[in-house]
Design a protein around this ligand. Sequence first.
Ligand code: UD1
Ligand code: UDP
Length: 372
Amino acid sequence: MSVAVILGTRPEIIKMAPIVFELQKRSIPFRLIHTGQHYDDNLSNIFFEELGLPKPNCFLGVGSGSQAEQTAKAMISIERELIDHGPQVVLVQGDTNTVLAGALAGSKAGFAVGHVEAGLRSFDLRMPEEYNRRLADHVCAYLFAPTEHNAENLRKEAVLGKIFVTGNTVIDACNRYVKIAESRSKILDSIKFPEFCLVTAHRAENVDDSKVLKSFMEIFERSPVPVVYPVHPRTRKLLAQSHMLGIIERSSNIQLIDPVGYFDFLTLMRKCRYILTDSGGIQEEATAPSINKKVFVLRLSTERTEAVESGHAEVVGTEPDKVLRSINKYVSEGMIAPLVSSPYGQGDAAVKTIDHLISEMEISGKDQHGWQ
Ligand code: UD1
Ligand code: UDP
């Protein structure tokens, strides 16, 4: 078996890392293809270095752009790269434009593409990610669903690919790095609050809307526990454009910092009192026993419903009074995080994914479902 592993953004690097290590462990040849959707050091390089990943075999330099521009550029370069090297299997992870480009270009060029983290659905068509997930799931040959619920979503849509339930590789990553993070991270030395909550926000449907962005800043300003906020570059740019950056920087309740590496972020998640976020991956990580945090999801919907069912996540919307009512209630009740195991698995998602891939290669050859 030879594998092309495609990634392009921060969460894909983190969640693909366990898959890459599993391929290395089993001496399965692979090529690592980085689309370059994320290119800043603190969104990309730092994760290769910290996680101990090999350098990508190729960097496609796609960069930023409109939805179509970014997806189309990535498709063209991915198609060329796959045809030049002819892997037996292509793997994509998650719901970014890189994923849609990899799934579509790979499948149409005749490769069997596996979608890691398949079957998530927010049913919110304002999200570019909802299109990416749905479309990727319908062209991929192998669908690695984190949970039975995700697999059920895929069955309901009658996808053509083969479905496997594996858990989420983010739990593998958390388990692998949480101890190392503790010994290596010095982030707490620079945090000015003895007790803090951790905040991130970057979803397009939130931060690109200046009214929602303003609401978020009001929520952070009024948070009963002071806020540590690693700002995504998309959001930093929008805060500057709407003249809110200076105000936030001067707030005594908010400490703005640049995006941090995985060791620092794991440390911040472990030490914070609760999390406010619109991130997808952070909702999952909060359920890992080593993190176990309450997450207030600053969105109207979530595709991570399992985290809501386990009691870790609460979808609170974006309206300040409503969000703060939920947070204040949690704080007044003593900020007790749920002590249940993660619905996203035990940390063996990468092992299961590669086991399934190997048996598929052995059993069916490459021409199953017309994919070759
Ligand atoms: C993308 C994904 C989102 C994922 C997020 C992870 C899509 C549609 N969105 O969102 O699903 O949750 O990555 O963080 O694929 N920028 C930089 N430096 C970089 C990268 C981006 O400054 O290295 C800035 C640029 O101004 C760019 C903006 O951030 O226009 C948005 O970047 P983009 O990759 O389009 O989307 P994200 O918001 O990062
Ligand atoms: N993360 C990080 N540093 C940060 C913010 C997030 O390492 O400053 C990690 C976080 O632990 C998680 C991933 O990045 O694993 C989530 O990425 P993001 O929220 O950008 O994307 P999403 O999961 O929403 O697609």
